[in-house]
Design a protein around this ligand. Sequence first.
Ligand code: ZN
Length: 272
Amino acid sequence: MKEIGMSCPNGHGKIVIKKVRKKVAFRGINIIVPIEQYICQVCGVEASTIDQAADIQKAISDAYRKAVNLLTGKEIVDKRKRLKLTQEALAKRMNVGIASIKRWEGGTIQSKSMDHALRIALGGQSVGDSCTGNRPFSIPRIKLVLKEFESILGKHILKKNDKMLFAAKYLWYADMVAHRETGESMTGSTYATFPYGPQLNNYKDLIDDIMKADEAKAEPLSPEEKRIITRIALKFSKERMVYDAAHKEKIWKKQPNGAIIPYPDSAELSGL
Ligand SMILES: [Zn+2]
């Protein structure tokens, strides 16, 4: 840290930089943060330069992340460099923007799901599979799965005006249960946490394409997949039931709004 001349505002002359460990309350927990700041030897008054203040913010963020078991900014940088990845290459591997990588390395605290994605990407794998359940995304297959549900339920669930409120939840269960039991999702869809439950990540862009899609172009459902769909349809014979069950799933509830629900969490589904 560069020393600049700083004087005690209480008239004790020049004050010096000291390394101290500070107890800080942050997001409801107490953390110990190692920081550097100017402290007067006589009266104990503390002062920071703008650079020091930024470093303190970063140190608090890292100490917090360490305490709650999230990768710290420094750990993200170290692991990324060990893999010889640029920030851009890591962003690509995670399907996020480079700005996110810069923010997390610089002190912004990542969500739990993004931390999970970071660990996978920094472990050398692509997170694509964790978002798609090991299957390429297919809109005709979404239509095919929903048609299969409709034939068992005996009613339309794919409606244009309800934002797929119920259809998305049948689909989510189908993809998650298939991932848990066959190792592959059915449609390759990515799901995110929305205020009304798990939802196709970019459903607003997809809904028209799903309505128009030709399910005959999709890979046919396997007997195992048909059995899974039947089980879900019989358990949730009314739309309200699938809605309520999805809302009780902790793999959805634990995610912050807008976060991706990773497929490996399918192991913790409780409704089926
Ligand atoms: Zn002083």
